[in-house]
Write a protein that binds this ligand. Structure first.
Ligand SMILES: NC(=O)c1ccc[n+]([C@@H]2O[C@H](COP(=O)([O-])OP(=O)(O)OC[C@H]3O[C@@H](n4cnc5c(N)ncnc54)[C@H](OP(=O)(O)O)[C@@H]3O)[C@@H](O)[C@H]2O)c1
Length: 298
């Protein structure tokens, strides 16, 4: 139904390339691409059969739906430039892809009668090829008023994604969830790899071991959900093992004690919910975690 939409892309980076290719594959017409560097715009324009233009305002004037796939900090200045140059008009849709910014950043477009919204892939896009594969099947946070919300939701469904409605007030909190699950998992992987290295395991072996472990964990999460996917000493109520962990950390990696204890408290809550840890066991483990933190800080 929206094949007639003329889509313009500003910002030919990872997400601009991925969304441009995905939209194009699903029948949307990309008419123009601009980026900071013209060669980046040209490279994407060639793939999606669009025109590469040197200035963002040239994308805006010829498009019905403008996708701003820019670094977060560049959205406001680029929107202000386009507004000054007269690129926005009533009935046009102006959409950014940031998970953290709300719609205030698009106010200059709204003041000129455009509909404003955001379309945030709830996915980690490291490069365009990978993102084109993973975005179908991913959730997309959609923030917009009608009629743009309906348009964005139907685009998401058409490219194989699942729309999530987000409000501006809760946008930052919603984005913390994405950052914790994705960036937090990468940081946890790095901490675990560091511990294995301190334990004398060669990096190549530790990488394989951790990837297989994470793969199994993801499968458990997908198959069993929360809280049943939680395994390990806290889930079993193995207080002695938790204390051995804390002693090992105190001796070999005290810098990671805080992280272990913080996550441990969440595990205790999950284990109680799962029914595999009783109230007394939970109290003893929580006390051991607090004592270890206090000893590390002393
Ligand atoms: N990557 C992800 O995992 C992901 C996931 C969800 C949402 N997002 C959001 O998507 C947006 C883009 O992220 P990204 O990862 O695609 O970033 P990116 O790879 O850094 O791409 C942004 C592109 O914007 C261009 N650019 C920078 N300043 C510009 C300006 N003033 N005018 C025009 N073009 C400019 C740059 O292109 P040149 O090559 O021309 O310099 C750059 O390649 C961000 O809001 C981000 O929060 C990203």
């Amino acid at each position: 139904m929206q094949e007639h939409l003329r889509v313009g892309i500003i910002g030919a980076g990872v997400l601009g390339n991925a969304l441009g290719r995905l939209f194009s594959q699903h029948g949307y017409r990309i008419v123009a691409v601009a980026s900071r560097r013209l060669p980046s715009a040209r490279a994407l324009a060639q793939v999606v059969d669009a025109e590469a233009v040197p200035a963002p305002v040239q994308v805006a004037t010829g498009a019905d739906l403008i996708l701003l796939t820019l670094p977060d900090d560049q959205v406001a200045p680029v929107v202000a430039d386009i507004a000054r140059a007269g690129g926005f008009r009533p009935g046009q849709s102006v959409v950014h892809t940031s998970g953290a910014l709300d719609l205030n950043v698009l106010a200059p477009a709204a003041e000129r009668g455009a509909w404003t919204g955001s379309l945030h892939p709830f996915q980690s896009a490291a490069d365009p090829d990978q993102a084109v594969r993973t975005l179908p099947g991913s959730a997309f946070g959609v923030e917009a008023a009608e009629p743009l919300r309906g348009i964005l939701e139907s685009i998401v469904l058409r490219v194989g994604g699942r729309p999530l409605r987000v409000t501006g007030e809760m946008k930052a909190l919603y984005h913390v969830a994405a950052a914790l699950a994705s960036n937090g998992a990468v940081a946890l992987f790095a901490a675990a790899a560091d511990l294995l290295e301190r334990a004398g395991i060669p990096p190549a072996d530790s990488r394989q071991a951790l990837l297989a472990l994470l793969g199994g964990t993801l499968e458990n999460l997908s198959r069993l959900g929360l809280p049943r996917a939680l395994t390990g000493p806290i889930a079993r109520g193995d207080e002695g093992t938790v204390i051995r962990h804390l002693r090992a950390l105190a001796r070999w990696a005290p810098d990671l004690t805080g992280l272990y204890c913080e996550l441990g408290r969440t595990m205790v809550a999950l284990a109680v919910e799962k029914g595999s840890l009783d109230g007394d066991g939970a109290k003893r483990i929580l006390q051991a975690l607090s004592d270890a933190e206090a000893a590390t800080c002393a």
